[in-house]
Design a protein around this ligand. Structure first.
Ligand code: AMP
Length: 405
């Protein structure tokens, strides 16, 4: 793959339309180690040359977000692969048009966005490439914009009829609105979206190395170095989300993608919620990643949405801290810490009593961090800023390249 060209082309992408200054990010909860961005105001840059991530809060972020393409640079053509005709095939099966209130909810067009309007897009704006994957609601394709400078993207389709069938019209709308407003190296960027009668199309940043989960399954577990680097990036992204009052609520390897340089990208906002008041009465998540305050005294199915039973008055962001501990454990051990394959209720019982066991191979520093995240009382879980300062994270953090003078 033509890595350099691809990096530059992806990095060049900012398809915001009219000049609007994005709402500023509160800096109060930024981790202390994070480099404060020498932030170019994207709205002031020539649009097509703007780097996609104005929020550059991460010292070990990849070059993906930092290398704006220079005009006049010749870049090798990128092979986007062969389109398999999958969209037309899918249209036959689930392309029913949607009407009424649902149709209004799903009439999603980023060119009309109040905060980040983009230019108008249609399916004809793209050359279709190879299929990247299939989700519950439709397929994802590698595509290239037809007009120069021919950006590479992942185009995700969502069939409206499927969204309605699963009663997720409002959730989908919320997911899209949340993701479009986020700018962070480790959060998959949503550049724009449009729709036709049957489908919604999401123009997503292309995650060249695909699913993190696939690599974890293939390798069984990750080294401490690799795990620590992912957790460093994940923590920085979560800190950013929390400054925007977004709780992710569904952190797990299946929701993470990898960028062209292997950098982590949070890629799924299906369960995230915007909670400006920091108080939510319902929370959702996935079995192994649920914290004690959500499972105590309950019997559950795989996916749950419940009021936090025991600590309703507490800061719900702490749900993500717990899940970060579970993720750290799963990276290094290859399975979540409270898993009981025989019984869901046993898993919940183990979560509720924080029945945490480490194999002898895990270092003292890693154990220390995980034990500080997987704490029963949400208020006593380690702060994200302290995760970023933790010796296990600092030990493996790559030094930022010093620019040559
Ligand atoms: P999803 O519908 O988000 O679950 O996506 C289905 C599959 O498509 C994922 O499991 C990935 O393998 C692939 N995929 C989704 N989004 C992207 C992306 N932005 N870049 C590369 N591959 C993607």
């Amino acid at each position: 793959m033509a890595t350099v060209g691809l990096t530059a082309k992806i990095a060049a992408l900012d398809i915001s339309g009219p000049s609007r200054v994005p709402p500023s990010t509160s800096s109060t909860a930024r981790p202390t180690h994070a480099k404060q961005p020498s932030q170019p105001n994207v709205a002031k840059l020539p649009t097509k040359l703007a780097a996609p991530n104005p929020h550059q809060g991460h010292t070990n972020s990849s070059s993906l977000s930092t290398a704006p393409a220079r005009s006049g640079t010749t870049q090798p053509a990128i092979d986007i692969g062969r389109y398999d005709g999958g969209l037309e095939a899918e249209d036959e099966k689930r392309g029913d048009a949607v009407t009424g209130e649902a149709a209004e909810d799903l009439a999603l067009d980023s060119s009309l966005s109040r905060t980040y309007p983009t230019q108008e897009w249609t399916l004809h704006s793209f050359d279709m490439g190879r299929p990247l994957g299939k989700g519950k609601f439709g397929r994802v394709y590698m595509v290239r914009t037809k007009s120069a400078p021919k950006y590479i993207l992942a185009l995700k389709t969502l069939y409206k009829s499927e969204l309605v069938k699963n009663k997720v019209e409002k959730q989908t709308r919320r997911e899209i609105e949340i993701q479009q407003n986020l700018r962070h190296t480790n959060i998959l960027r949503l550049y724009g979206y449009f729709h036709d009668e049957q489908r919604i199309f999401l123009m997503l940043e292309f995650a060249a190395q695909g699913e993190l989960y696939r690599q974890l399954s293939k390798q069984g577990s990750f080294s401490e170095r690799r795990s620590a680097r992912y957790i460093d990036q994940m923590t920085d992204a979560l800190s950013y989300l929390h400054t925007k009052h977004v709780i992710h609520r569904d952190i797990k390897p299946e929701n993470l993608l990898l960028g062209i340089n292997g950098e982590l990208k949070i890629g799924d906002f299906g369960w995230s919620v915007h909670a400006p008041g920091l108080r939510r009465m319902t929370m959702c998540g996935t079995l192994d990643y649920l914290p004690p305050e959500m499972v105590e005294g309950k019997e559950h199915n795989e996916r749950v949405c419940l009021p936090p039973v025991r600590f309703p008055h507490l800061n719900p962001l702490q749900v993500d801290h717990w899940a970060l501990g579970v993720l750290t454990y799963e990276f290094m051990i290859g399975a979540p810490p409270f898993e009981d394959r025989k019984s869901v209720n046993n898993t919940y019982a183990r979560i509720a009593r924080v029945d945490l066991k480490f194999p002898p191979s895990i270092s003292a520093d890693a154990k220390d961090l995980i034990s500080k995240l997987l704490v029963y009382d949400p208020q006593r879980r380690i702060a994200l800023a302290d995760v970023l300062r933790h010796p296990w994270i600092v030990k493996y953090r790559q030094k930022a390249a010093v620019p040559s003078v």
